[in-house]
Design a protein around this ligand. Sequence first.
Ligand SMILES: Nc1ncnc2c1ncn2[C@@H]1O[C@H](COP(=O)(O)OP(=O)(O)OP(=O)(O)O)[C@@H](O)[C@H]1O
Ligand SMILES: [Mg+2]
Length: 367
Amino acid sequence: MGFKCGIVGLPNVGKSTLFNALTKTAAAQAANYPFCTIEPNTGEVAVPDERISRIAAIAKSKEVIPTRINFVDIAGLVRGASKGEGLGNQFLANIREVDAIVHVLRCFEDDDVTHVEGRIDPVSDADTVETELMLADLESLERRIVQIRKRATGKDKEALTILPMMEQALALLQDSKPVRLLLDGIAAEDLAILKGLNLLTSKPVLYVCNVSEDDAATGNAHSEAVEKMAAQQGARTVVISAAIESEIAQLDDVEAKDYLDAMGLEEPGLDRLIREGYGLLNLITFFTAGPKESRAWTVRRGSKAPQAAGVIHTDFEKGFIRAQTIAYGDYVSLGGETAAKEAGKARDEGKEYVVQDGDVMLFKFNV
Ligand SMILES: Nc1ncnc2c1ncn2[C@@H]1O[C@H](COP(=O)(O)OP(=O)(O)OP(=O)(O)O)[C@@H](O)[C@H]1O
Ligand SMILES: [Mg+2]
């Protein structure tokens, strides 16, 4: 389906290192100089979810297949990017194509790793990046709104529909605020209009504090400052050491566990990051379970049963009849499909059913 989180930030802050750890590859060149990345790197990442192994154990599945999302490692941007500095517009176009932003902030001290501003100050870095995105949005919106206002005066239907959202977005940008503030509690129709405006700052943001190995378990003063800033914006934060994560990603499971124990970490920070990214995209997971495989699938929150069926196969959506649905909690506590049916917990849901996170589903369809 291609839900994408874009990895964004200043040059040389650890974006590609993080991307390689996430994708367990060395696909992206990560090196100690600014603008190492130019062309974006895209990779699929399995979403860790312990529910799937519980379901598979009950269903005695031969295979367990997690769901996946995409991460895109994007070129670093600098002050003035909106006016074409650094890699300027090229990188802005790459950000436009993602659904959510993972904003990497340098929170590690290391004199050997160049910081483009010559000092470690992640809150100010976040502001630099955000300002460029807002300036780019402001410019594009100011340009487009002239036409739309004109057409709205002439009672053009499309213009009348999108103008109120444009005006709200413009007002925020003129007040030096990101458009994503409009996302809170937004109605579905308005969200569609907002997405259609394709603004950089309308995308939800997760801050990643990239700390040194020693601070991975505890965070540090820099990451605390970021957490405070993020809390004020209603944004979430993940503290991670990209350096450690890229090492763990090269180890087998047993070695990785030992390494994590030694670092005082319960799970790889990446797992947390992927889950947070998944949440940021406003996605939920449903499951299919059987002896061949148990599998996790992804739909946007609010999707109805036929759309969920369509994720598996377009024929399932076209010929959708109904979906046998068992809530995850019932499936696990009762011990599987047969027991859930006997207990009356296997519901037959129709076309209007809104899929819930964790639903174990079996689609009836004709082709
Ligand atoms: N947590 C960390 N601690 C110490 N060094 C780190 C950490 N994370 C990344 N680095 C180092 O920082 C340097 C830059 O990393 P990387 O190439 O991933 O940055 P980038 O953000 O992708 O840069 P660019 O924007 O130029 O593509 C590398 O030498 C990397 O090893
Ligand atoms: Mg890079």
